[in-house]
Design a protein around this ligand. Structure first.
Ligand code: SF4
Length: 311
C-alpha cells in the first residue's frame, strides 16, 4: 500500500508531516523562530516594480516578538515566547519576512553568524524568490549546511505566467525554472511555496501544479490558500471588485486532492494560510488551526486518500 512509503505520515496523518521529520531529526521539540531583519524585495523597491506582491502584508505573518527590535531582542523574546507557548527546546531561525537573499551575501552572513552565537538555534531557514539567488549566496548556504541544517524557501506561488503577472510578482516562470534547476546542484533542503485559489486559475490548473512540483528535487512544500489581507494591494482590489475565494469545504476538497497528487518523498510544512483575524478581509472561515488540520485528516479518511495515491 502506498502509505507504507510515507516516512513521516503518523498518528492519523495521511501525508508526510514536517513535525515528524523534525522529531526524527532532532529528538526534541523544535519550533521555527521567525525574524525580520530589514531586507526588502525587488518588486517593492522599484528595481523591478513597486507595491510588492498584491496579496502581501508582512505584518500579518509576523509573530508579536518580531516587533521587538534588534536581531538579538527578536531571538531572545522569540525563544521565551515559543518555550512558553509550545514548550519548545530548540529553534530553527527563520528569515521569513521580505526577500532575505536580496542584497550582498555579507549582510545575510553577518546576521546568521550573529544568531548562531545562541546555542539553542540548531537550524537556519531562509525565505526568498526565484529571481534573487546568486552564486555567492548559494555557496554560502552550501558551506553553512556542512555545520547546521539549512532550508531555503523559495516562493514559486504559481506555475502560470498569467497568475504571476496578476500577483505583481515581477518575475517569470523562466526565473522559477532556472532557480529550481540551479538548486538541484546543492545539498541543502529546499521548500517550494505555492498559493492556491487565485482567480486567474481553474481548479484543474491548480491541481496540475502538482505535476511540476513532482519533477523537482524538493524536500518540502508549503501551501497557502489565497487570503485577502487588510493594507495589501489585493485588499483594495477585492473591496472594489470582490471575486470568489475558497469556501472552507471547497478548500478541504482541493487540498486533499492536491496532497494525493504529490510524490511520497515530499514533506508538507504547511497546508493553509493563517493570517490573524485582525488582518483578514476574506475568506473568513472562523476555524482554528487544529480544527482545520483535523478536518483535512477527516476529509482524507472519508475520501480514502493518502499522499501520492493519485500521482
Ligand atoms: S510576498 Fe515576498 S516577495 Fe512578495 S512582496 Fe511580500 S515579501 Fe516581497
Amino acid at each position: 500500500m502506498i502509505h507504507e512509503v510515507l516516512p513521516y505520515a503518523r498518528h492519523g496523518f495521511r501525508y508526510n508531516h514536517y513535525k515528524f521529520f523534525l522529531d526524527d531529526m532532532f529528538h526534541t521539540r523544535v519550533q521555527r523562530l521567525s525574524i525580520e531583519t530589514g531586507f526588502t524585495c525587488p518588486n517593492r523597491d522599484g528595481s523591478k516594480g513597486k507595491g510588492g506582491c498584491i496579496y502581501c502584508n508582512n505584518l500579518a505573518f509576523m509573530p508579536p516578538y518580531v516587533l521587538s527590535g534588534t536581531l538579538d531582542d527578536q531571538i531572545k523574546n522569540g525563544i521565551a515566547y515559543l518555550k512558553k507557548r509550545f514548550k519548545a527546546e530548540k529553534f530553527i531561525l527563520y528569515f521569513q519576512s521580505y526577500t532575505n537573499t536580496y542584497g550582498p551575501v555579507a549582510v545575510l552572513e553577518k546576521k546568521i553568524q550573529q544568531a548562531l552565537e545562541n546555542k539553542e538555534i540548531i537550524g537556519i531557514s531562509v525565505s526568498t524568490r526565484p529571481d534573487c539567488l546568486d552564486m555567492d549566496v548559494l555557496a554560502f548556504l552550501q558551506d553553512l549546511s556542512k555545520n547546521i541544517p539549512v532550508n531555503l524557501e523559495i516562493g514559486i506561488e504559481s506555475i502560470y505566467e498569467k497568475t504571476l503577472t496578476w500577483m505583481n510578482r515581477c518575475h517569470s516562470m523562466k526565473d522559477t525554472y532556472q532557480a529550481l534547476s540551479l538548486l538541484e546542484k546543492y545539498s541543502f533542503d529546499v521548500t517550494a511555496h505555492l498559493i492556491l485559489g487565485s482567480p486567474t486559475e481553474t481548479r484543474e490548473e491548480m491541481l496540475a501544479m502538482t505535476r511540476e512540483i513532482n519533477r523537482w528535487n524538493l524536500q518540502f512544500l508549503k501551501l497557502h490558500h489565497l487570503q485577502v489581507l487588510k493594507e495589501s494591494p489585493l485588499g483594495k482590489i477585492y473591496q472594489k471588485n470582490p471575486f470568489h475565494l475558497f469556501l472552507y469545504e471547497e478548500y478541504l476538497d482541493i487540498i486533499t486532492e492536491f496532497i494525493a497528487r504529490i510524490k511520497p518523498d515530499i514533506i508538507f510544512q504547511r497546508l493553509f494560510a493563517e493570517a490573524p483575524r485582525q488582518y483578514l478581509i476574506a475568506p473568513v472561515w472562523g476555524k482554528r488551526t487544529p480544527e482545520i488540520v483535523m478536518d483535512i485528516q477527516k476529509t482524507m479518511r472519508e475520501k480514502n486518500l493518502w499522499q501520492a495515491d493519485k500521482r
